[in-house]
Design a binder for this molecule. Structure first.
Ligand SMILES: [Zn+2]
Length: 365
């Protein structure tokens, strides 16, 4: 977490000879995107890019090569930045570079083989002797989806319930965090999955970043694998899979968990598709069109959300389940509910309200 609090770390020590104040470029990073969560009209929205990596580049003497002068993260309060360099005189050239990554904790790259995130630079300023305010810096439209993903992943990071380190889970310590990588290719059609067993990257294509539920669902698969310390259930009969239809216990568990991650993080009870259509997880014993039991991902996902709900039996949050998952991996919902919840300390309930919740979603053990 420490690294995310810093906003502007000069890489070079101030020169003792110069009494001058530092030269700073300030402003706020923002991106436009179509908001699928707002419905099928998908209105255009401008949002700040928070916790995004920035770099200050420039020439410190005439004719010298442009070099990295400072780096940091945009602010959580509106994507603000204030990039400073202690110069002894006017700087011949100065510009900002922005990257679709957040420290080394997550990043968005253009294709599976990329070593670097998306990036762009601001126009060169010349002969800069005093600080400048760049105002709102907009991400160029062809690549703005990368910062939409970058910013959305903040929401999952902030709710990751890991008090032990700044990493995604307690399995890693500060300085050695696993990095969540999202591949987003705006021109591709293949995407919308987590590439388990290969790159282990989240793969997105086209307008998929418009749906924050989709982004967080796929990141949720990666998070479950992380919570299980690089283990994942062997999933069968899962292609295709539907919220309201029977698949398998392993498919319903892993897909239901990912659905629940997205809804929990966004504070709702549905899945939203990139075209702005949505599907409610509300279901009971007689809901038309829904299959019954723990082979149905929507039954599992809604059960989890109700267990984690503010008025639910798990203390009003998912944190106790998150912690349980770090030391007791479950192959399916039955194992999670019947076998593993009692191993939490203190035990998570399997009776009373907890049992009523799953029964109301047709899961009868
Ligand atoms: Zn999925």
């Amino acid at each position: 977490m420490l690294g995310l609090l810093l906003s502007g770390t000069p890489l070079a020590a101030p020169r003792a000879s110069a009494a001058a104040s530092p030269v700073c470029l300030s402003g706020a990073l923002a991106f436009d995107h179509r908001d699928a969560e707002a419905g099928t009209a998908k209105p255009w929205v401008t949002s700040p890019a928070r916790n995004a990596n920035w770099e200050l580049w420039g020439q410190t003497s005439p004719g010298s090569a442009s070099r990295l002068l400072a780096s940091g993260l945009t602010g959580v309060d509106g994507g603000t930045f204030n990039a400073c360099y202690q110069a002894s005189g006017p700087l011949p050239e100065l510009h900002m570079k922005f990257l679709s990554a957040s420290t080394q904790t997550w990043r968005v790259i253009p294709d599976r083989r990329s070593a670097t995130p998306y990036s762009f630079t601001t126009a060169s300023l010349t002969d800069v002797a005093t600080s400048r305010n760049l105002g709102t810096v907009k991400v160029p439209s062809p690549i703005q989806g990368a910062w939409n993903v970058e910013d959305t992943l903040n929401l999952l990071y902030w709710k990751r319930s890991n008090p032990d380190s700044g990493c995604w889970t307690s399995h890693q310590a500060n300085g050695a965090c696993d990095q969540l990588t999202v591949v987003w290719d705006p021109g591709a059609s293949d995407g919308g999955y987590w590439d388990y067993g290969n790159t282990n990257y989240v793969i997105l294509a086209g307008d998929m970043p418009d749906s924050h539920h989709l982004v967080l669902h796929e990141a949720g698969h990666w998070l479950q694998w992380q919570l299980y310390n690089h283990w994942f259930p062997r999933v069968t009969n899962c292609n295709p899979h539907y919220i309201n239809r029977s698949s398998s216990t392993t498919c319903a568990w892993t897909e239901g968990f990912a659905d629940a991650v997205a809804a929990y993080v966004l504070g709702d009870y549905r899945f939203v598709y990139p075209d702005g259509t949505s599907y409610s997880f509300a279901n009971g014993r007689s809901t038309p069109g829904w299959d019954a039991g723990d082979t149905v991902q929507g039954r599992v996902g809604s059960s989890l959300l109700d267990l984690w709900a503010a008025n639910g039996p798990d203390g009003g949050a998912w944190s106790r389940t998150i912690r349980l998952m770090t030391y007791n991996a479950s192959t399916d919902f039955r194992e999670y509910f019947l076998t593993d919840r009692p191993t939490a300390s203190p035990p998570l309930s399997t009776t009373g309200t907890a049992r009523s919740i799953i029964t109301s979603h047709t899961i009868d053990y």
